[in-house]
Design a protein around this ligand. Structure first.
Ligand SMILES: [Zn+2]
Length: 246
């Protein structure tokens, strides 16, 4: 190989490697038996991860949505009690569209807490459900409830000895999720309509606006990154298996 050819070879190798790392990996959909999708509010699991939940189910994985709060602060002019009642009904309808079960926890929308009791509450749910993969909010988010949900889940992952894989999902990136650089993708093109129908069950949350102005553009953008039409994207929590530090 002459000098010119060797130079060209190096350039092509560099482009190939850069493309590989830039495009990220596809999630191994056939790897998991049970997934938990933990969201701060009713509608977060559906909007952030609904397509992936459906694709996992198609590959034989059981999916459970976990809602940290009942969305008590999510309907303007409606009491917390009434809003919780409405939003639980909407979550039930969304879960029926997706064919998943749900667990509703007792935190309050807009007033979520990090306390020893709250750490234990979420840890116990995960311990009971025994997932092999969990999806939750990315911790850098303008919404306090999303940040707290992420921290509680991350703590449970550590306390339970990293017994499941942990992935972060995104919510209204730019407005809520910040500093987002995904490393894992799922092609959701086949199920995108079903995902959007599940999102539409959250009638009180103006789902058409959330889809049209936020989540559908995100899905199309990530589809471009992952060479398909619609994709959801994630960041995988890495773990140094040589460390015993808990
Ligand atoms: Zn939310």
């Amino acid at each position: 190989m002459n000098e010119k050819r060797f130079f060209l070879f190096c350039v092509l190798m560099a482009i190939g490697l850069a493309s590989f790392f830039a495009f990220g990996q596809g999630l191994d959909l056939g790897k998991y038996k049970k997934a938990l999708i933990i969201g701060a509010h009713p509608d977060d699991p559906e909007f952030c991860c609904g397509g992936t939940a459906l694709m996992l189910q198609r590959n034989g994985c059981e999916v459970v949505n976990v809602y940290l709060t009942g969305g008590e602060a999510g309907i303007r002019g409606v009491s917390a009690e009434k809003a919780r009642e409405i939003r639980i009904k909407e979550a039930e309808a969304a879960c029926a569209v997706m064919g998943v079960r749900y667990v509703m926890l007792s935190q309050v929308d807009g007033a979520t807490e990090i306390t020893p009791e709250r750490y234990a509450e979420l840890r116990e749910v995960i311990e009971r459900e025994k997932p092999d993969v969990v999806f939750t909010h990315w911790p850098i988010d303008s919404h306090r409830d999303h940040r707290i949900c992420s921290v509680l889940t991350y703590d449970a992952w550590r306390q339970l000895g990293h017994s499941f894989e942990l992935y972060y999902h995104e919510a209204m990136t730019g407005l809520q999720t910040q500093n987002w650089h995904p490393d894992t993708f799922v092609d959701i093109t086949e199920v995108v309509e079903q995902k959007h129908n599940a999102c539409r069950a959250h009638v009180s949350q103006d789902p058409e606006h959330c889809l049209k102005d936020w989540h559908e553009p995100m899905e199309l953008f990530h589809g471009g990154e992952f060479h398909c039409k619609y994709a959801e994207s994630f960041v995988k929590q890495q773990w140094n298996y040589n460390s015993n530090n808990k």
